[in-house]
Design a protein around this ligand. Sequence first.
Ligand SMILES: C[S@@+](CC[C@H](N)C(=O)[O-])C[C@H]1O[C@@H](n2cnc3c(N)ncnc32)[C@H](O)[C@@H]1O
Length: 189
Amino acid sequence: MSESFFEKEDNVKQYFEMTADYDGRWFLEQFKRFIPAGSQCLELGIGPGKDLDNIRQTYEVTGSDYSFIFAELYKRSHPEVKIKVLDAVTIKIKTTFDCIYTNKVLHHLPVAELEQSIKRQTEILNENGLVLHTFWKGTGQENYEGMLFHYYETDEVKALFEKQFNIVHISTYKEFKEDDSILVVAQKK
Ligand SMILES: C[S@@+](CC[C@H](N)C(=O)[O-])C[C@H]1O[C@@H](n2cnc3c(N)ncnc32)[C@H](O)[C@@H]1O
């Protein structure tokens, strides 16, 4: 299998530089609004780990990424934090969680794999467990050097989760431009 985008060291380095100004404050505020403090959480796709840095102040978090490079870099600088190499599609972990979250990760999965991921998330969520995810809003998809960007409309995100989850909250927000993103919070049925 060929290396995926974030399994290449240069791409990881470039991503760190590109996101140096991101402070994750808005994401943390939303997180605190919907997820009870002290919850056992799993983050899929930590990247440089800014959200993980913020969220682990109030929550018990296991961080993960499918990229060994991102996982290893975070682990090296934060040996006290639980870090795993996990693919968001298969999530091969035995532990269960109160909350599974991602921030701009799941748009990298083809739709069939996203459905597989959502199903797997229900399997490793405790009773009444919550998911909190963000997506890029729009239509169609793009491929950037082998990295997929699949855009979703609010109704599509709702439909993806509705079978296995009750939607607690769904709204659009601004990452760079007005309404360019979607936040969904849902509780396992
Ligand atoms: C936008 S970054 C996440 C940034 C992160 N929220 C932060 O605080 O910096 C997207 C991440 O998703 C990861 N990713 C992409 N596809 C994945 C998959 N199938 N499984 C797990 N992680 C994946 C990438 O390696 C990358 O680290």
